[in-house]
Design a binder for this molecule. Structure first.
Ligand code: ADP
Length: 317
């Protein structure tokens, strides 16, 4: 994940929850993509603090840094080297066809793109393959990048010998959580988010602005839950009440104001344990810095091993 600010519900349900559940079954690596953050913001003054804030969100959601190292991309120079080698194995035309990049350029109104931004998935391929990742737990928007990673791994293996696995994406049931404004993706860049660190009051306030079925204007009007993003949030955060909410919405008995209040309460309730842990880590930031230093040492060790295999296969270095 890129350290671009505090995490939102999309990050949690699309990726982070999966990381937490997979860490018991697999050897996980959790990367702070700080080089990748430069693709959309060149200012570095907040990068470190944002990284620590993001790691606090990870730890609060249940990431166990003893089981799985947490580290910054910029501290392990092997990422930069592998990125360079991989950049020879893919054409610019292939990268220009990347639908995720086109979507981002549209949302952020980027007219001319830097060379590094075009190569976003090439650096991501290096991030994944340095640790020989088999599974990549990401949201749906990242699937095209995993496909590019597979192509690069295949190309390398054919050209120089078998070093890398061909990783697969691992999606959750909510691989693309919609935003409050009705946009298909909750995303910081479009400002339609509920943050993991929002208070119950902030959550209620934000939900009041959520777009619902335009045909349901007042209580009594029948609604269409399947096109309503608040209903999607209920499905995730209030599963026990989903049947009743559907019935109430469709018949008109349940108004949007009430429905949103119930949804806000369920989200606040689900985030309560995270909020509690966050409060602890916010007053123990040094502990988080030590976790990072330990993770960086461990990740570096794996990265160096992979790079010596790469050097040997390529007969360089
Ligand atoms: P952002 O899109 O907010 O800049 P990132 O690109 O750093 O966030 O995404 C980090 C991870 O969170 C990725 O795996 C991405 O697919 C996932 N993710 C982000 N937003 C959502 C969302 N709305 N629904 C599901 N997953 C998401």
């Amino acid at each position: 994940m890129r350290p671009t600010g505090k995490l939102h519900l999309g990050h949690l349900v699309g990726a982070l929850e999966n990381w937490v559940s997979l860490q018991n079954e697999f050897e996980n690596y959790h990367l702070v993509a700080d080089y990748h953050a430069l693709t959309t913001n060149l200012s570095t003054s907040e990068l470190y603090d944002n990284s620590i804030d993001m790691i606090i969100d990870w730890l609060s959601a249940g990431i166990d840094p003893v089981k799985s190292p947490v580290f910054r991309q910029s501290q392990i120079k092997e990422h930069a080297e592998l990125h360079l080698l991989f950049s020879m194995l893919i054409t610019t035309a292939r990268l220009e066809r990347n639908p995720t990049l086109k979507e981002q350029a549209r949302d952020l109104k980027i007219e001319t793109m830097s060379y590094g931004h075009l190569g976003y998935p090439v650096l991501q391929a290096a991030d994944i393959l340095l640790y020989k990742g088999n599974l990549v737990p990401v949201g749906e928007d990242q699937v095209p990048h995993i496909e590019i990673t597979r192509e690069i791994a295949r190309r390398f293996n054919t050209q120089y010998g078998n070093v890398f696995p061909e990783p697969e994406p691992r999606l959750t049931k909510f691989a693309r959580l919609p935003g409050l404004d009705g946009n298909q993706k909750m995303s910081k860049s479009t400002g339609n988010t509920i943050l993991l660190s929002d208070s119950p009051e902030e959550i209620q306030k934000k939900l009041r602005t959520a777009v619902t079925d335009p045909q349901k204007i007042r209580k009594g009007d029948p609604g269409r839950p399947d096109i309503c993003l608040v209903f999607t949030y209920h499905q995730k955060f209030n599963p026990a009440a989903v049947g009743e909410i559907r019935k109430g919405c469709e018949s008109g008995a349940l108004g949007c104001v009430d429905c949103k209040k119930q949804c806000g309460a369920a989200i606040a309730n689900a985030l309560a344990p995270l909020r509690e842990k966050r409060a602890y880590y916010e007053t123990h930031r040094d502990e988080v810095k030590n976790i990072l230093a330990d993770g960086e040492k461990r990740a570096k060790h794996t990265a160096q091993q992979t790079m010596s295999e790469v050097h040997e296969a390529m007969a360089i270095g």
